[in-house]
Structures are given as structure tokens and as C-alpha cells.
Design a protein around this ligand. Structure first.
Ligand SMILES: C[S@@+](CC[C@H](N)C(=O)[O-])C[C@H]1O[C@@H](n2cnc3c(N)ncnc32)[C@H](O)[C@@H]1O
Length: 213
């Protein structure tokens, strides 16, 4: 699995297909995070959420984590260009979570935006365990991703989009997952309960604010 090839056109493709819906889904709970001290943005990609997070919070320890060097370079360049004064707050880690542990622990907040959908079942379970183990007892998990939910028509539409996207990412990134797995039961098993949930793109994607209790 390698997102280097698709990284430079990821933002453009996303905007052509979903306009601003994915970014709205990523950022919907940002206003609730002003108190966070240490965050891990996992599989963060080209850094668009990272930039918004830095703008809207004063969080002093922000860890960017991704396995793609090209994604990491794009995110770094984005911060250097658009918000250089925030650069000392960020550490960039090139880390493959399917093989490696999280770089640190005691995170108050972990964020997985359109990231968990890349894994097959065993790796998903292993990655969620690694992330949960790095999180504080009362930690927050922000989750944004696609879903198959709602009316029959919404489910048919979601199934069409997901089949198309998985085929595309199989070809360009050799994505591991054959189809979308809803990680909700695994997140629940690690104690992360839904506090708030919002849907976007007529139910095609959802954002969740979860807290460990
Ligand atoms: C579908 S993209 C989503 C990127 C971004 N979070 C967003 O919302 O657009 C998945 C991201 O996860 C990264 N990734 C895939 N497998 C990974 C792994 N095993 N460990 C860390 N990052 C990974 C990819 O490099 C890519 O940046």
C-alpha cells in the first residue's frame, strides 16, 4: 500500500468528486478542541486538516503521522508556506502503523480522517489497538469516513461510490482493504463512545466525536 503516487492530486480529485464535503466532515468538531494538549493526526495525508487544527487551536504538541513520504512533504510544505509560525508546535513522523507502534503515548486526542478505511480486518483491529493504547484514559477520538447507511437509495449510492473508489485506490495505491469495514464495534470495544455524530454528502460520510469512558 503506497499513497505516494496519488498524493499530489489527492486534493484536486477530492474537490472534483465531493466538492468541500470531505473537508467539512474532517473539521466539523474543531471548535470543541481548544483545550487539547497533545494530539496525534494519523494518516493525515497532505495536511489540510493539520493546517485548520493549528489555526483553530493552541495545542502545543501536534504529531503528524503518515506512512507516505510524499504526503508528509506536502503537509510540511503547506505549514511552512501558510502558517510558518505554527511550525514549532508540529512534529512530523513517517510511520507505518500496520507495522510500527505510535511514536509516543498519552495523547488527549487522536484523529483518523478517511484513514481506517484503507485496512483489511486484521490490520484494522491491530491499528486501532495501537492507537487506543497510545491514548489517555479520557482521550477523544475524532473519526471521519465514508459509510453505507440510511435509506435503500442512499445505501445503493454509497455502495456505487465505494466500489468505484476501492477499485481506483487498488490500482493507484494498492490499497489493502477490499471493501469498507465499519470500525465502530472496535472503537466501542476500546471504550470510545459516540458523544456527537454528523453526516455529510447526504449520508455518504460521517464525522464522530468519541470519548473514552
Ligand atoms: C485515504 S488517505 C486520507 C488522508 C487524509 N487523512 C484525508 O483525510 O484526506 C489515507 C492516508 O493514510 C496514509 N496511510 C495509509 N496506510 C498507512 C499506514 N499503514 N500507516 C500510516 N499511514 C498510512 C496514506 O499515506 C494516506 O495519507
Amino acid at each position: 500500500m503506497n499513497f505516494n503516487r496519488v498524493a499530489p492530486c489527492f486534493e484536486r480529485l477530492e474537490k472534483i468528486v465531493f466538492r468541500n464535503q470531505m473537508q467539512l466532515c474532517r473539521t466539523v468538531y474543531l471548535t470543541e478542541l481548544s483545550h487539547v494538549e497533545k494530539v496525534a493526526l494519523i494518516g493525515e495525508g497532505d495536511g489540510r486538516f493539520l493546517l485548520e487544527f493549528l489555526k483553530q487551536t493552541n495545542c502545543p504538541q501536534v504529531h503528524y503521522i503518515d506512512s507516505s513520504q510524499v504526503m508528509l512533504d506536502l503537509a510540511q510544505a503547506r505549514i511552512n508556506k501558510q502558517f510558518p509560525e505554527a511550525r514549532p508546535r508540529v512534529r512530523f513522523y513517517k510511520c507505518d502503523l500496520s507495522k510500527e507502534n505510535m511514536p509516543e503515548d498519552h495523547y488527549n486526542l487522536v484523529v483518523t480522517n478517511f484513514f481506517l478505511d484503507v485496512f483489511n480486518e486484521p490490520t484494522l483491529s491491530q491499528s486501532i489497538t495501537r492507537i487506543a493504547d497510545s491514548c489517555c484514559n479520557d482521550g477523544i477520538w475524532l473519526y471521519a469516513d465514508f459509510q453505507v447507511a440510511g435509506s435503500r437509495l442512499q445505501q445503493l449510492r454509497a455502495t456505487f461510490w465505494l466500489k468505484t473508489m476501492y477499485l481506483f485506490f487498488k490500482v493507484v495505491s494498492n490499497i489493502q482493504a477490499p471493501a469498507l469495514i465499519d470500525p465502530a464495534p472496535l472503537l466501542e470495544a476500546h471504550g470510545f463512545r459516540v458523544i456527537q455524530q454528523t453526516e455529510f454528502a447526504h449520508g455518504l460520510m460521517r464525522a464522530e466525536f468519541r470519548r473514552r469512558t
